[in-house]
Design a protein around this ligand. Structure first.
Ligand code: PEP
Length: 256
């Protein structure tokens, strides 16, 4: 049984103060009406991690970062190392399509980040997904498979709970369009799961949680969570609103 995970990627939104307000609202609802069997993760900007860590002590809500350096320490101005994140976070998003497209991150760099995260006991959420042009030219499977194999090359994991994969079709991120739940499930079954099997063997591969990401909202979430290969969601826009994010968490109830 894979655990359902609902992760909020706040991107470059919210000051520390705003992040605390949103987290307090989420905590309040979670304490009043806990949703069991669903792991909830918040990935705020780096500047809010310390405060949110204090706020979340004793709660079931986990913290993650949105990015991380491939280095550990040294003269890398502006970078944040896994050693720094490990004080606050249990997860880190790696290879988000915005990092690939805007900041030129390659599969080779993403692979170094994944390894660096695992070495420092952070769980990487590796994002993979095709662009619209790749989808339209029938290359989605090929592109995603290559991102998996290159991004996870020689990654030393021994157990399934050391890694999460997020399938995020690039054309569905922040656009309001979604892949259909069936389409996403089929791609994961035909591409992501076989890549995991090739890399880590059947037993580990079958235990790795795979999330869907791309314009998930409370009213479309359930359709994704009912798919056997989809274990949760990576949520951008809708995670910035407490009611919407809570609606998605509730949709995951009983679907795990
Ligand atoms: C994301 O940023 O990973 C994402 C899926 O964004 P949105 O939910 O806004 O499409």
């Amino acid at each position: 049984m894979r655990t359902a995970l609902i992760a909020g990627n706040w991107k470059m939104h919210l000051t520390e103060k705003q992040a605390v307000t949103l987290t307090r609202k989420l905590l309040w609802v979670q304490n009043q009406m806990p949703v069991r069997g669903v792991e909830v993760l918040l990935c705020p900007p780096f500047t809010a991690l310390s405060q949110l860590h204090k706020l979340l002590v004793g709660s079931t809500i986990k913290l993650g970062a949105q990015n991380m350096s491939a280095e550990v320490e040294g003269a890398f101005t502006g970078e944040i190392s896994p050693l720094m994140l490990a004080e606050f976070c249990s997860y880190v998003i790696v290879g988000h399509s915005e990092r690939r497209a805007i900041f030129g991150e390659t599969d080779a760099l993403i692979n170094r980040k994944v390894k660096n995260a695992i070495t420092h006991s952070l769980i990487p959420i590796l994002c993979v997904g095709e662009t619209l042009a790749e989808k339209e030219s029938g290359k989605a499977h090929q592109v995603v498979y290559a991102q998996m194999i290159e991004g996870l090359k020689e990654v030393p994991i021994f157990s399934a709970n050391q890694l999460v994969v997020a399938y995020e079709p690039v054309w569905a991120i922040g656009t309001g369009w979604t892949a259909t739940p069936q389409e996403s499930n089929a791609l994961i079954a035909a591409t992501i799961r076989p890549a995991l099997v090739r890399l880590f063997g059947e037993q580990v591969a079958n235990g790795v949680s795979v999330l869907y990401g791309g314009s998930v909202k409370p009213d479309n979430a359930r359709g994704f969570f009912q798919q056997p290969e989809i274990d949760g969601a990576l949520v951008g826009g809708a995670s910035l609103d407490a009611d919407s994010f809570r609606g998605i968490i509730e949709a995951a109830r009983n679907c795990s």
